[in-house]
Design a protein around this ligand. Structure first.
Ligand code: ASP
Length: 346
């Protein structure tokens, strides 16, 4: 009896020292030496046929994407976390007036900028998000603060901005977000009250990033001004965990852009990760099938995804998506705009 008692005591101690859940996840993480970093970003999808952008516009977009990739890559190359990398890349895109996030965000029906953002840590499954903020310069930083310094996942409106002030996150006058181009798009929308009257090359300008770091940890981040002319406190897919943003352990991380209402209904980002996890699909196939499911109910847009090995996938049912990737294996930022440009891989 004594022997059996001792055996169970030893087993109990072992179980306490190596909790099953943590052990199971750790076993999936590759040792730092074998793991290589990888990052992918997007700056929105839309109808972007060749020739619709001037050469100057096209190179400005490509430069903006390269700069954001460089910011994220610098973090990963130095051994930083995927969370820091996706935040750095998205912050760069928020500060770039070309994209519909942070400065350069689209206007709502009242002519105001209301910003949404989300971030998720695949390793811990912690997430933070904000919706309808109007005075926080970088909503992605606020989303991260919600994740790390509040007991909540999603804060909205003036309460979110108040939390930002309490966290000493930089505040700006709402006029900071305004760009002349977006204002003209808003006036066009007001005239026609019809999103079809908007410049289609800028229809979706949401930004996002997904990354895996040298420790095999995945993260995703998304930031947006939403859709032009949105009303009644409308919130899209971007700040909704599982719709526009998701990261799940070592399986995958996703950021989406497009008609948010459809991405919400299809739980797009979570759906993609479930396809990888439960159906054993590659991220490329899962991304393609998820976009097909969005299209099947009438939605359009695109998404980026990455798996634990750093394999990157881009999928869209639009004519283009501003996008890019870089990795330890190929540090030169590869950027693309048109649907037929191929840059996926590892
Ligand atoms: N998905 C965003 C939203 O519905 C819009 C976009 O991608 O530009 O708010």
């Amino acid at each position: 009896m004594r022997g059996i008692g001792q055996f169970f005591a030893v087993m109990l101690m072992a179980a306490a020292a190596f909790p099953l859940a943590a052990g199971a996840e750790d076993a999936k993480v590759k040792p730092a030496s074998a793991q290589r970093w990888s990052i992918a970003i997007h700056g929105g999808a839309g109808v972007i046929p060749r020739g619709s952008l001037t050469p100057a516009e096209e190179s400005a977009y490509r430069q903006g994407l390269s700069d954001a990739l460089a910011a994220g890559s610098a973090v990963l190359k130095a051994g930083g976390t995927s969370l820091d990398a996706v935040e750095a890349a998205v912050k760069m895109l928020e500060n770039n007036p070309l994209f519909n996030a942070g400065k350069g965000a689209v206007f709502d029906a009242e002519g105001k900028n209301q910003l949404d953002a989300a971030i998720m840590d695949g390793t811990t499954l912690r997430a933070g998000a904000v919706a309808g903020v109007s005075a926080t310069k970088n909503p992605i930083m606020l989303a991260r603060a919600v994740m790390e310094h509040s007991p909540h996942v999603l804060l909205s409106g003036s309460g979110a901005d108040q939390f930002a002030r309490e966290q000493h996150i930089e505040q700006v006058d709402p006029s900071y977000f305004r760009t002349e181009k977006r204002w003209q798009q808003y006036l066009e929308w007001k005239k026609g009250r019809n999103s079809a009257s908007l410049d289609p090359t800028h229809r979706f300008g949401t930004v996002g990033a997904v990354a895996v770091d040298v420790n095999g940890h995945l993260a995703a981040a998304t930031s947006t001004g939403g859709t032009t002319g949105k009303r009644w406190g409308r919130i899209g897919d971007s700040p909704l965990i599982g719709a526009g943003t998701y990261a799940y352990h070592n399986d995958c991380a996703v950021s989406a852009t497009g008609t948010g209402e459809y991405f919400i209904r299809e739980s797009a980002a979570r759906q993609l990760c479930d396809r990888v996890r439960w159906r054993n699909q590659s991220v490329a196939d899962a991304a393609k099938d998820t976009i097909a499911s969005i299209g099947a109910i009438g939605g359009d847009g695109g998404l980026i995804a990455i798996d634990g090995k750093g394999e990157v996938a881009f999928a869209m049912n639009t004519e283009g998506m501003y996008r890019g990737r870089a990795s330890a294996a190929d540090e030169t930022p590869r950027v693309a705009i048109y649907a037929d440009e191929v840059i996926a891989g590892r």
